[in-house]
Structure formats: C-alpha cells, structure tokens
Design a binder for this molecule. Structure first.
Ligand SMILES: Cc1ncc(C[n+]2csc(CCOP(=O)(O)OP(=O)(O)O)c2C)c(N)n1
Ligand SMILES: [Mg+2]
Length: 471
C-alpha cells in the first residue's frame, strides 16, 4: 500500500497492528525518510504496536564516500525501536528479517527496525529463514495477584482498578467488572489507550480526565490504585505549582500487571483469588437518536452513537472537541475505539487508514481535529486509492483550540501575536477541496441534521467520504 509521506506509512502500520494484532511492515527511504516517519513511530511505541520497519540505506562500500543521503540511520531508529539491526551481507538478510518479526511480536508489541544497505539487497546469496517463535509474555507475579486480592477485599470503594492495554479489551473488561462487583472497587481506563473495546456489552468505562484538576478530582477518593497494564497516572504536561502525579499523595499503587505482562490473565487470576462470580455487564439503555441543531461535542457523540454500524472502528484524534465523547457513546453497537497514544498529532488519519486495511470491510470513523489532520492529510489519498470504508468527520474549528487551554494552564494570557499563532483561519482551510483534491468525496455540514444525513449516506458507500463539520 502506498502512502505519500513516511509519517502516513508508519501511522498506517500502527493502525494495522491495533486491529490485526500482527505487525505490518513499512518500507522507508534512508535516514531522512525514517526521520519523516518518527513522530508516528513514537505514537506506535507508546501504543505498544508491533511494527517491522525496513529502511533502505547506502551500499556498505558506498557509505564511506559520504553521499548526500548518508545519515545516522541506526541512531534515528534507536529513538523509537526496541530492536535495531543493519544487515551487512545478503546472506544475513533472511535471518535478520526473521529476528525483526520476532522482536515486533514480542509482548506487548514492539517497533523493530531492520536497515538494509542496498548491496545486502541486490547481492546474490540470500537465504529464506524459518519464522522464529513468538516469545511468551513475562510470567505473572503470584505475589502481586495475592496482594491485589488482599487490598481489594479490604478497601471497597476506596480502591481503583486502573486498566490499560489488553485489560481494556472485552475479556479484560468482563473480568474487571466481576472483580468490581465482588469487591466494590471502581474501574477506570487510563487516559492513554491505544485501543478500547466499547459499546453495548462492554463496561461503561470512563478515562482518567486530561485536565490535571479534573484528573485529581476523579482520583481523589482512592487509597489504593491497582494498575493493570497501566502506568501511574501523570499529567501530560507540567504546570507551575501543580503536581506531576494526579493520584493522591497517600494513595498506594499496586502493580498487578506491567505493560508487557498479560493483563487479562492477571485479572483472571485475581477474579479467581477473590472467587468473584460471573455477572452481566449492565445494559447502557436505549440507543440515542441523531441530534439536531447547531453542532456541539455532546450532539456529535450522540449522533455517531445513533448511526454507527455494527463493529465500527473509531479513530479518535478529536483533540479538544472529543474529551466528553465516551459518556454519550456507551449505548451503541459494539465497536473499537483507537486513541492518539503518544500525543504526537498527525496519527489519526493514518491510523484510520491502517485500521481499515486490517478491518476487512469494517467501517472506520475518524473523529478528526483540523490542525492535527493537516500533519498527514495525504492519508486520504491512500484511502481513495484503496477504496477503504473510511468516514472522516473533520472538526473544523479553524484553530489550535487546545493550546488556548494550555496557555491558561501555565497561567499566561495569550496576546494577539500568540493568538495569531493558534489561528488556522487566515486563510481558512477548505476541507471539501482538500479531500476532493486527493480523490475523496466530501461535503460540508453546518448543522447536526446535515451531519447525520451525510454520516448515514457515507456508511452505505464502499469507499471513503469526508464530512467537514463546522464547529
Ligand atoms: C507532533 C506534534 N506537534 C505539535 C504538538 C502540539 N500540539 C498539541 S495539540 C496542537 C493543536 C491541535 O489543534 P487541532 O488538531 O485543530 O485540535 P483542537 O485543539 O482545535 O481541538 C498542537 C500544535 C503535538 N502534540 N505534536
Ligand atoms: Mg482545531
């Protein structure tokens, strides 16, 4: 599949892993091409996605002449990769490729980068290697299970099970719900999740809020936080006079499963230790009707919940507009929700594209902020070329809205010069034309009625469609 910028390609590989649970392989050009793809490899690393990057490089005997594209390719690769190797002979390439795939599949999923000097590719003598076994995830710590059971038995509602990684998939949620019902513990998802199973039949999880004050409020009552593939919750950024950590000073943190351990197995062991009986996850109530009138975040969430097809995939790079989407989308068919896992904007459309490739016909809905979309909008071209079932709701607020809040967070009042740097309205971006220019049909919506009509129509198409929602 051709992507028209390396950051589109690496983001596609990230989205592919999140749905297919097997690595995609990128093909990138020399050090600078890898550098172009680094931001989305950073996101993939934070999402714990398995990816095999193949980076072409100068022939071994040409490199000493220092041609223009010579760079520290290994150095660049190391910043995002768990595994890096340069093959120096054709005879080694098969062996090294097998090791790269093995590294990418190592729990919970890793970025592996294989650098191939051009002579290693074109020389005779290549050998096809056998696939290597996928290593087992590190074993659970029985003491951690026992300790968590002990804590949860005594703490009731003062304990939180904080879920991330595999623990926010359907099986993990079932087990966590049983544990919560048996002990009175509360459940929450980490703010940063690559992939959350959502909708009817799943737990109505909320995430730890983004805004530090709100996160601290949400966590204030907990004396014990049991981490299941999650990290201790910390703020995205520092703010003067605010703490980095969002949990109460006196709270005890208990690691049930680290990111690379099997959180679902850990929850199963914990449910067994607590003899937590099976119990049904509550019904979220009736599906909402599509909203009407002027767009708002709540109305958009409600409309998406009203209309999304079965087994949809949501790629959420809605940035400031989407913080409250969860609450209004529980009562919808089962679906998968993919977040920006590493905070580097420009992943939403590529992830949607890769997820659509892995989803084999499943509808992908991008909830996509405008400023972030501009980083990698070429992904639309790949959606058109591959006729992927992608519906993009492009949230046109004409600015980097979130950064206005960040100014407030550090106690600054942006003046006219700073505000101008957050403004995308001069000249305004015409998303219908931008999409059309890359072969994607598109229309503008200014009301929720328009949006609902276009959304429903897009779901009946085979290929991609973009709705520019003026918000
Ligand atoms: C790669 C990268 N560059 C810059 C930033 C800083 N940044 C965070 S959000 C943002 C603007 C987001 O604007 P938009 O996508 O329009 O969302 P809105 O704030 O309007 O909701 C920027 C520039 C970042 N997080 N990642
Ligand atoms: Mg914006």
């Amino acid at each position: 599949m051709l992507g028209l910028h390396e950051n589109v390609v690496t983001g596609m590989a990230d989205g592919y892993w999140r749905i297919a649970r097997k690595p995609a392989c990128t093909l990138l050009h020399c050090g600078p091409g890898l550098a172009n793809g680094l931001a989305n490899l950073h996101n993939a690393r934070r999402a714990r996605s398995g990816i095999v990057n193949i980076v072409g490089d100068q022939a071994t005997w040409h490199r000493p002449h220092d041609p223009p594209l010579t760079a520290d390719t290994e150095g660049l690769a190391r910043t995002v990769s768990a595994w890096v190797r340069t093959s120096t002979r054709a005879a080694d390439v098969g062996r090294d490729a097998a090791a790269a795939v093995q590294a990418a599949r190592t729990a919970p999923g890793q970025v592996a980068t294989l650098i191939l000097p051009s002579d290693a590719s074109w020389d005779e003598g290549g050998v096809v290697a056998e696939a290597l076994p996928v290593p087992e995830a590190p074993p659970l710590d029985p003491y951690a299970v026992e300790r968590a059971a002990q804590v949860l038995r005594g703490a009731g509602g003062k304990a939180l099970l904080l879920l991330a990684g595999p623990a926010v998939q359907a099986d993990g949620q079932d087990l966590a719900w049983r544990i919560a019902q048996a002990t009175g513990a509360k459940l929450m998802a980490d703010y940063v999740n690559a992939h959350v199973a959502r909708g009817r039949g799943r737990v109505q999880l909320e995430r730890v809020p983004y805004v530090t004050e709100l996160a601290m409020q949400a966590l204030a009552s907990f004396e014990h936080i049991v981490l299941v593939n999650a990290k201790p919750p910390v703020a995205f950024f520092a703010y003067p006079d605010k703490p980095s950590t969002q949990y109460p000073d006196g709270a005890q943190l208990h690691v049930l499963a680290r990111a690379e351990q099997d959180g679902v197995a850990a929850l199963r062991a914990l449910a067994d230790a607590l003899q937590a009986p099976a119990c049904a996850i509550p019904d979220p109530g009736p599906r909402p009707a599509p909203a009407t009138g002027a767009p708002s975040p709540e109305k958009l969430a409600q409309t998406v919940a009203a209309l999304m097809p079965e087994q949809a995939i949501v790629s959420d790079e809605s940035v400031s507009y989407g913080r409250g989407f969860y609450r209004h989308t529980h009562a919808s068919p089962p679906h998968d929700w993919l977040h920006l896992a590493g905070g580097a904007i420009g992943d939403g459309l590529p992830v949607a594209t890769g997820a659509a490739l892995a989803g084999r016909g499943r509808r992908v809905i991008s909830l996509q902020a405008d400023g972030s979309a501009m980083y990698s909008l070429q992904a639309l071209w790949t959606q058109a070329r591959e006729r992927l079932p992608c519906t993009t709701i492009l949230l046109n607020n004409g600015r980097y809205n979130i950064l206005i809040g960040e100014f407030k967070g550090v106690g600054a009042t942006p003046g006219p010069t700073a505000m101008q740097m957050l403004d995308l309205g001069n000249p305004g971006l015409d998303w219908v034309k931008l999409a059309n220019g890359m072969g994607v049909e598109a229309a503008r919506a200014t009301t929720m009625e328009d949006c609902a009509g276009l959304l429903a129509a897009s779901f009946r198409r085979d290929g991609p469609f973009l709705i520019e929602l003026m918000v």
